[in-house]
Design a binder for this molecule. Structure first.
Ligand code: FAD
Length: 279
């Protein structure tokens, strides 16, 4: 199926892109890697009148150290995240997560900014971004602002970004090696039926879960159960993991029932914690 008609703009600077979004409001949509927007347009689930292609804004594609953190430009592809030596040494959870997104074509074209802005409830990065307690930088006509990961994902396909804002950068802290991402995927697409990102730090455990509910979430009950335990034993991990779907309403669709998703959340939480602690 073909998309509805639209006008196409290809700005070469961030300011031009922001000006286009300001001028066209809800009629405009940014195009990054196109691997979520184009399918949605072909299915007529999205019908933007104006498409603003930001692929040529080269200043949005980088991975670098900044003030003790690692800063990632929004247009950085999944493949670049997966293969980055800096991320592999400072924040290995992101390369591990990027490596299991879709297939090679998706990873070569899809961008971290596009994935986060799209906020698909089964996308992989959001779980990692929550577990990493990352910061997200948005730029718009009113200037720049920082949004904490915990405030970014609002609902199914909805984020804290305003329609005239562009996600420009993601910043993550160094973690050490005790991290893991474990997902059970929907076989045709690779999207998560339940994907669990775990970060085990010296003073806290953080767990982000995607694919299970209408929006990605931090498994607060799991984190609470493991509070104060730097090296929890297998039994404590198993008990904590049983609480992975506490307080959420699991999705049910043709790919998995709610009960199965809740079960996968528990199993993958245990596996992610065990894998992280074993590193
Ligand atoms: P686009 O499709 O270009 O944009 C997506 C949305 O975000 C649009 O609404 C756009 O306007 C908005 N947007 C884009 N960039 C910005 C920005 N910088 N600021 C504000 N808004 C912006 N994802 C997974 O996580 N796991 C998978 O296993 C997986 N499998 C896939 C399999 C297939 C076959 C396909 C086609 C996709 C799959 N995806 C998967 C999705 C893929 O990762 C997409 O690339 C990603 O979700 C969107 O990134 P994009 O750069 O392609 O964004």
């Amino acid at each position: 199926m073909y998309s509805a008609n639209f006008d196409y703009h290809r700005p070469s600077t961030l300011d031009e892109a922001i000006a286009l979004l300001s001028r066209h409001g809800d009629d405009a949509k940014l195009l990054a890697g196109g691997h979520s927007l184009i399918p949605a347009m072909k299915l007529r689930l999205a019908r933007p009148k104006i498409v603003v292609d930001i692929a040529r804004i080269t200043t949005l594609s980088y991975i670098r150290e900044a003030g003790g953190r690692v800063a990632i430009g929004a247009m950085t592809t999944h493949q670049e995240v997966e293969s980055s030596p800096l991320l592999r040494s400072k924040c290995p959870l992101l390369p591990e997560t990027a490596a299991v997104i879709g297939d090679m074509q998706v990873r070569n074209k899809g961008t971290i900014g596009g994935s986060l802005a799209h906020a698909d409830p089964a996308a992989d990065y959001p779980a990692a971004i929550l577990a990493l307690d990352a910061e997200i930088e948005a730029a718009g006509p009113r200037g720049r602002r920082t949004i904490h990961a915990a405030d970014f994902f609002v609902d199914l396909l909805q984020t804290a970004l305003a329609p005239d804002e562009i996600l420009v950068e993601i910043r993550v802290g160094a973690t050490g090696p005790k991290v893991a991402y474990v997902k059970t995927e929907q076989k045709a697409s690779g999207f998560a039926l339940a994907g669990v990102a775990a970060v085990v730090g010296a003073d806290a455990v953080r767990v982000g879960i995607t694919g299970v509910a209408a929006k990605v979430y931090r498994a607060a009950a799991v984190e609470q159960a493991l509070r104060g335990q730097a090296s929890p034993k297998a039994e404590a991990i198993a008990l904590a993991a049983m609480r992975a779907a506490d307080g959420v309403e699991p999705l049910s669709d043709i790919h998995a029932s709610a009960a199965f998703r809740a079960h996968l959340a528990q199993v993958n939480t245990r596996r992610a914690l065990e894998r992280a602690l074993g590193r």
